[in-house]
Design a protein around this ligand. Structure first.
Ligand code: FES
Length: 92
């Protein structure tokens, strides 16, 4: 049976917030973060990969690998399942 939800963790200001979303529920990882955390200044910029204000890191539990990504260009799909999204404390 297919699982129709995606579980992931948002890490911001030393706190983890687990979220469960449906594929396609959000236009992008940026809109998911903006909706779930309401970070001032986050997600209020270009939305098309040119300003860099949505820069986050994606990692997995127990992994030292952190991939820098622009959240506005990341689809919310199974590739994010069980990932940890590290959001910088300061948004530029
Ligand atoms: S919002 Fe500008 S690069 Fe993502």
């Amino acid at each position: 049976m297919a699982n129709n939800t995606i579980m992931l963790t948002l890490h911001y200001l030393d706190e983890n917030q687990m979220v469960q979303v449906a594929p396609g529920q959000y236009h992008s990882l940026m809109s998911l973060i903006a909706d779930q955390l309401a970070i001032p200044g986050f997600g209020l910029c270009c939305g098309m990969g040119s300003c860099g204000t949505c820069l986050v890191q994606i990692t997995s539990a127990g992994s030292n690998l952190k991939n820098n990504v622009l959240a506005c260009g990341i689809l919310v799909n199974d590739e994010l399942a069980n990932k940890i999204v590290l959001i910088p404390d300061k948004i530029y």
